[in-house]
Design a protein around this ligand. Structure first.
Ligand code: GLN
Length: 472
């Protein structure tokens, strides 16, 4: 098997047993990028020179005793969404406004991954400023879905999901403000983790909507996802929203199983708008969970129908404030302008925060946000976890929704509520429709990542979807 196809766990084992070097592994990823990035457009920047140098250093370190033990990701090539500040490496947020911006520091997550030995293989394409669900809002052109290049890979972390399923890296990072990790994970057939709000530091990540942004990652297996969270989770003195809640060893209880675990299916999600083919796949997934010993029961999240309206008030409000710094004086060079989607959100957010409308829109939305959170609190007194499809439809064709923002926003209907409630969600492959993948998300109470991993890991043993790869 080509080295770039390995999971993190397999690569670590191989490196430890000296079956191959990090340099060989890194070269295999770079070759795959060279071959397929011209078609897929998954990367904005490829860090060939730096990656090869770091790989050589990793191999030297590995030969000197215990480094492989102390550094859990030593020599592993990882791709970073171009929203993550990387010291000395261009970081654009996929917007020309930040064309040629080179950060002078690393985001906390980048630093933690580097300290653990990870190699930055490149910076991935995404919707500009993470605004979008399809990857088509990038100023650097859309990323294509590796399963069928006429289709969207899901967004906003489009390049991170596409590059991973195309085996250009062993894992990739993403941000999820309203679904931007779970949706592309689902549309590309990889595992995506949106951690609890505050579990992972936001410091150094270009902000979209600060009360909703969660920092997470894409991996080929649930086990790899747990492994990465072990490295990046925890309190950060640079991000006051990271609490001191203990970081578990997320690998330890992966095999805890789901026997007698109660899993809720929100009846509001199975209602109108859910594509029949997605529903069929979902029912199959539920039977798989049941056969593993889980108890499936119907629950209600009564305020679900307000999710999109609430999200598309709170999020643009915060966007309008966060984007104010790119005024050509503090950041940005002032020559390049914001794209249509960013302008739309700045205008919406400025309006909903304005003196005359604040109470009617922003304040009201914040009140309903509390009701949405209470729905989840109430549900989690009855069930341990909740599962739902990630998206009401399979991936759509490039161009299909670009001229209709409202239609695009509606694709986030199943994902935004987790961000509004601050709870974690794990997206896992759930099968295919017309050759294109769809995914299921497992949601749990705040800081229940360990439970999500054990549900996802066991489910993965019962299905084979995650082992399917696109023909490139
Ligand atoms: N699709 C949603 C939006 O455009 C979510 C984006 C995200 O999670 N970054 O707002």
């Amino acid at each position: 098997m080509s080295l770039n196809k390995l999971t993190i766990k397999e690569a670590r084992d191989g490196l430890r047993q000296k079956k191959f070097s990090s340099l060989e592994l890194t070269k295999a990823c770079l070759e795959q990028i060279k071959k397929h990035n011209p078609t897929l457009n998954a990367f904005i920047t490829v860090c060939e020179k730096e990656a090869l140098e770091t790989a050589k250093k990793s191999d030297e370190l590995a030969s000197q005793g215990d480094a492989l033990k102390a550094m859990p990701l030593l020599g592993i090539p990882i791709a970073f969404k171009d929203l993550f500040s990387t010291k000395g490496i261009k970081t654009t947020a996929a917007s020309k406004v930040l064309n040629n911006y080179i950060p002078t520091y690393d985001a906390t997550v980048v630093k933690k991954l580097k300290d653990a030995g990870a190699i930055i293989i490149g910076k991935t394409n995404c919707d500009a400023w993470a605004h979008g669900s399809s990857g088509e809002n990038s100023d650097f052109g859309p990323t294509k879905n590796p399963w069928n290049t006429e289709y969207v890979p899901g967004g906003s972390s489009s390049g991170s999901a596409a590059s991973l399923v195309a085996d250009m890296c062993l894992a990739s990072t993403g941000t999820d403000t309203g679904g931007s990790i779970r949706l592309p994970a689902s549309f590309c057939n990889v595992v995506g983790l949106k951690p609890t709000y505050g579990r992972v530091s936001r410091y150094g990540i270009i902000a979209m909507a600060s009360s909703l942004d969660s920092i997470g990652h894409f991996t080929k297996t649930v086990e790899d996802s747990a492994l990465l969270l072990n490295v990046i989770a925890g309190k950060d003195e640079f991000d006051a929203t990271t609490p001191g809640v203990d970081v578990q060893n997320y690998i330890k209880n992966l095999n805890a199983g789901v026997k007698d675990i109660k899993i809720g299916i929100p009846k509001e999600y199975i209602a109108k708008g859910l594509d029949k083919t997605v529903q069929t796949r979902f029912e199959q997934a539920l039977r798989a969970l049941e056969s593993l010993g889980a108890i499936i029961q119907e629950i209600s999240l009564p305020h679900t129908e307000y999710g999109i309206a609430v999200y598309y008030i709170i999020q643009p409000s915060e966007v309008s404030s966060n984007l104010a710094r790119y005024d050509g004086i503090r950041y940005g060079h002032g020559r390049e302008k914001f794209g249509d989607e960013a302008k739309r959100r700045i205008m919406l957010g400025t309006y909903t925060l304005s003196a005359g409308y604040y109470d009617a829109y922003y304040k009201k939305a914040m009140q309903v946000r509390t009701l949405i959170k209470k729905d989840f609190d109430e549900a989690f007194t009855k069930v341990d976890a909740i599962v739902t499809p990630v998206s009401p439809t399979p991936p759509w064709k490039l161009g299909e929704k670009v001229s209709d923002p409202l239609k695009m926003y509606l694709s986030d209907i199943f994902t935004v509520t987790a961000n509004l409630a601050g709870i974690p969600g794990l997206s896992v492959p759930m099968g295919f429709e017309g050759g294109l993948p769809v995914g299921m998300q497992v949601l749990g109470p705040q800081f229940s990542e360990e439970l999500l991993f054990s549900v996802g890991h066991l489910y993965e043993q019962a299905i084979d979807w995650h082992n399917q790869k696109p023909k490139l």
